[in-house]
Design a protein around this ligand. Structure first.
Ligand code: ZN
Length: 267
C-alpha cells in the first residue's frame, strides 16, 4: 500500500503545511496523537466508517467487550483470534514512517496512539504511548501473567476448547482496552503529562470523539500549546485547531517532513 514519496516541489506546499511546519520549527516540544485514520493506508479499516474487513461481519461493540470475554470467552476468542492474525500481518505506511523521521530529526518527542495494531512500533517510533494497549501480548486477569502474541496463537491452535490459557489455567485476554474497560492508568498519565507539556499537539487520523483521549488536545490548549489536526472529516475540536488539514494523512505528513527538511537546510 505504500506510494512514492513526493518531493517538496511535488507536494506543492500549501499554506496550511507551511504554517504547521513553522509552528513545529519554533516549538520546544511536539507530541503526536494518532488514531485509526493513520492505519487506513495500511489496509486496516476504521470501524467507525462503513467499509470492508472484519468489522463488517461483526459489531465490535458486541464482541470486543469485556462482558463478552467474561461470559462467552469462546465467542470472544473466535472473533479475536482472527483479528490478531489479520492485524499482525499488516505493515506500517509512509505516514507512520514520516512520524519516525520527525522523531529522528528531533521534531517530535513522542507518539501517543489509540491504535492497537503495533504499526508505530514496527515503523520504529521510539517514544510510544499506546493508550488502548496493543496486540503484542495477552494478559492473565487472575495471576497477572502474560504471553507474547505468537505464543497466544500457538496456545489457541493447540487448545481443546478454542481458548488460549495462562500457565495458571485462566483464559488469557488480549492486552488491549476492550469496550467496558478503563484505559491503563500509567499510559494515560504519561499521555496527559506529554500533552500538557507540548507546545504543539499534532493530531493525526483521529476523529477525537472517544474520551478520555479526546480530552488530550484540551490539555495542550489549556497549557498554552497549539493544536494541529490532520484527519479526513470533521472533529468536535476543529474550532480550537491552529492548523486544520483534511487531506490524505500520507500526503500531508510527507509534505510536512519535506518542508521541515527544507527549513533545516535553510537554518
Ligand atoms: Zn494466570
Amino acid at each position: 500500500m505504500s506510494r512514492p514519496t513526493g518531493s517538496a516541489a511535488e507536494a506543492a506546499v500549501r499554506p496550511g503545511i507551511e504554517r504547521l511546519a513553522s509552528l513545529i520549527a519554533e516549538a520546544r516540544s511536539v507530541v503526536a496523537l494518532t488514531g485509526a485514520g493513520i492505519s487506513v493506508p495500511s489496509g486496516i479499516p476504521d470501524f467507525r466508517s462503513p467499509g470492508t474487513g472484519l468489522w463488517e461481519k461483526v459489531d465490535p461493540m458486541e464482541v470486543a467487550h469485556i462482558d463478552v470475554f467474561r461470559r462467552s470467552p469462546q465467542r470472544f476468542w473466535h472473533f479475536y483470534g482472527e483479528r490478531f492474525a489479520s492485524l499482525g500481518s499488516r505493515e506500517p505506511n509512509d505516514a507512520h514512517r514520516a512520524l519516525v523521521e520527525l522523531e529522528g530529526m528531533g521534531r517530535v518527542d513522542a507518539v501517543i496512539t489509540q491504535n492497537i495494531d503495533m504499526l508505530h512500533r514496527k515503523a520504529g517510533t521510539r517514544e510510544l504511548v499506546e493508550v488502548h494497549g496493543s496486540i503484542a501480548r495477552a494478559v492473565c486477569l487472575e495471576c497477572g501473567g502474560s504471553a507474547p502474541a505468537d505464543e497466544v496463537r500457538e496456545r489457541l491452535a493447540a487448545s481443546d476448547d478454542a481458548l488460549p490459557r495462562c500457565e495458571c489455567g485462566a483464559v488469557l485476554k488480549p492486552d488491549v482496552v476492550l469496550f467496558g474497560e478503563f484505559l491503563p492508568v500509567h499510559a494515560m498519565e504519561r499521555a496527559q503529562e506529554l500533552c500538557a507539556g507540548a507546545d504543539v499537539l499534532l493530531c493525526v487520523g483521529s476523529s477525537l470523539e472517544v474520551y478520555p483521549v479526546a480530552g488530550l488536545p484540551l490539555l495542550t490548549r489549556d497549557h498554552g500549546g497549539a493544536v494541529a489536526i490532520i484527519t479526513a472529516g470533521p472533529t468536535p475540536l476543529d474550532g480550537l485547531a491552529s492548523v486544520r488539514l483534511d487531506g490524505d494523512v500520507v500526503d500531508e505528513l510527507t509534505a510536512l517532513v519535506a518542508v521541515l527538511r527544507a527549513h533545516g537546510a535553510d537554518g
